[in-house]
Design a protein around this ligand. Structure first.
Ligand code: ADP
Ligand code: ADP
Length: 231
């Protein structure tokens, strides 16, 4: 599904070039739940952003379902975002002025999906995530865990094949963090490919594979023993 070939990312200042990623090679198959770990500044968010086409590699190739994603033009990236990937962040990034229902509905409006179908898709997620009663509330009226639930609903309502999560539990207390991780695991079991970045070792176990990144290099890459992909 995802193939990164010799990806470099660097920033040039006057007399020096700073490498954030140094020739990263990575393949992710459909159905995997990959956790990228590593110290702050290792380049974790940068990899995720390159995969989600929020950032561009300085060199190297990126194939998404065998298509050269590194060649996608700026204008077509919007289309890529709308149809192929969902993104969630540490800070949720919900729209404060919209209520729960409207936040989840937003990507469907951008995709031009008609009212009746929108209603059905949003209602289905409110139901599945057990937040029907919260549909009229605004983000400021929700706990962090509930906000992340809504952000996940918004990220997947359009049916992407890939969910990218940057420190999804970074702002949550452990109980809420676990609730979110269990939900991600469930989504993965239902077929969603997930790549997450986390600092927290205990949340890495929910996935099927761990990648350790250090100084822009993959130092370790292994499957978790009890993951279904190994059975
Ligand atoms: P991000 O860099 O993912 O957007 P922030 O800007 O909120 O996240 O994080 C600020 C700094 O804190 C960054 O250097 C980030 O790597 C670090 N950081 C984020 N989450 C954690 C965490 N759970 N534990 C330790 N450091 C963290
Ligand atoms: P992580 O997610 O592992 O904490 P990031 O991918 O967020 O790491 O960042 C990796 C490195 O890239 C950091 O050291 C950061 O300072 C550097 N970096 C990010 N953006 C820029 C920029 N515009 N110019 C220079 N360095 C940058």
């Amino acid at each position: 599904m995802i193939q990164l070939k010799n990806i470099d990312k660097f920033y040039d200042a006057k007399f020096q070039r700073t490498f954030v990623l140094k020739g990263v090679n990575l393949e992710v198959k459909q159905g995997e739940f990959v956790t990228i770990m590593g110290p702050s500044g290792a380049g974790k968010s940068t990899i995720l952003n390159i995969i989600g086409l929020l950032d561009e590699p300085s060199a190297g190739e990126y194939y998404f379902f065998d298509q050269p994603a590194h060649k996608i033009k700026e204008k077509q990236k919007v289309q890529f975002h709308r149809t192929h990937v969902g993104f969630i962040f540490q800070a949720f990034h919900l729209i404060d002025e919209l209520n729960v229902y409207e936040n989840i509905e937003t990507p469907l409006i951008y995709r031009g999906i008609k009212g009746k179908e929108r209603k059905a898709l949003v209602a289905d997620l409110l139901d599945r995530f057990n937040i029907v009663a919260k549909r009229g509330l605004f983000p400021s009226q929700l706990s962090g865990g509930q906000q992340q639930l809504v952000a996940i609903a918004r990220a997947i309502v359009g049916g992407p094949k890939l969910l990218l999560a940057d420190e999804p539990t970074g702002n949550l207390h452990s109980e809420q963090g676990e609730m979110i991780m269990k939900l991600l695991k469930k989504l993965n079991e239902e077929g969603m490919t997930i790549i997450q970045v986390t600092h927290n070792e205990k949340y890495a176990d929910y996935g099927s594979r761990i990648i350790q990144l250090e100084d822009g290099l993959i130092r370790q890459d292994y499957q978790l023993e009890d993951s279904e992909l190994n059975m």
